[in-house]
Design a protein around this ligand. Structure first.
Ligand code: AMP
Length: 249
């Protein structure tokens, strides 16, 4: 199944997505992905999106997309968000929640959604819950990817992202056919500013302080699915899909 169009999510209000469910029997999956930075959430979100036909909604992608336009064309909120992101800091809740709110049509999309990188704080999780309640939409699962911290650091420093289509690779575990060039669009691959060593350290501390408490937040909802993130992306995907089927049953 092709990945759905994400115009509204990436470019904001005023943009219309062309996303349509492929069949009448289509079941929209509505998932939140959790896990420390570098655990492979983005890769899994893209693979799940392709498999399940649901839109991959990453707040990090909104900010990276904003970085590709000239500074005088960016909104004040996005400009501020970028300065936090480049230091490896969380963007303030008020900015992130406002950006998601103006994209809340994505949460009632017929194709479903896979939220990657949002929520990242208890305040964001509460905001998400109130948006979903307003829209009368229920989550199907909260997938929590788990991995040792040393492995995560090795992963992040080898990660490369296409400046054009945002595809994610790894110099060891998921290399491109031609070094430094995206397999999908021929774009140049770069090390993200926030994957540089100092930013990684800050992001790990922030994760432990702000995001790890979300595991407890979702624990009693009956939606939490812990998934071992070790192994190839395909193995982790299959593990996730098996877990989701069990959760659904
Ligand atoms: P990600 O691609 O999800 O790792 O996000 C990259 C960066 O964007 C993070 O390190 C934060 O600076 C910022 N960011 C993305 N999503 C959020 C969020 N939900 N709350 C605060 N900051 C975020």
């Amino acid at each position: 199944m092709a990945q759905p169009d994400r115009s509204l999510w990436l470019k904001g209000p005023g943009n219309i997505c062309k996303c349509k469910p492929s069949t009448k029997e289509f079941h929209p999956w509505r998932l939140v992905l959790l896990g420390p930075p570098g655990v492979g959430k983005g890769t899994q979100a893209a693979m799940l999106s392709e498999k399940l036909g649901a839109c991959h909604l990453s707040t990090g992608d909104i900010f990276r997309m904003a970085k590709t336009i000239s500074p005088d064309q960016r909104s004040k909120a996005l400009q501020e968000a970028i300065t936090y992101m480049d230091k490896g800091l969380l963007v303030p809740d008020t900015i992130v929640i406002a950006l998601v709110k103006e994209r809340s049509d994505c949460l009632k999309c017929e194709c479903g959604f896979i939220l990657d990188g949002f929520p990242r704080t208890i305040e964001q999780a509460q905001a998400l819950q109130s948006f979903l309640d307003e829209l009368n939409v229920q989550l199907d699962g909260v997938v929590n990817y788990q991995m040792d911290i040393e492995k995560i650091i090795a992963r992040l420093s080898g990660r490369r992202v296409c400046i054009n289509c945002k595809s994610v690779y790894h110099i060891v575990t998921m290399p491109t056919k031609v070094e430094g060039i995206c397999d999908k669009c021929g774009g140049q691959l770069v090390l993200r500013d926030d994957d540089k060593p100092e930013a990684i350290r800050v992001r790990m501390e922030t994760y432990n302080r702000e995001t790890a408490p979300l595991i407890d937040f979702y624990k009693n909802s009956g939606l939490l699915l812990n998934v071992d993130a070790n192994g190839t992306p395909q193995e982790v995907l299959e593990r996730t899909l098996r877990g989701l089927q069990m959760l659904k049953a």
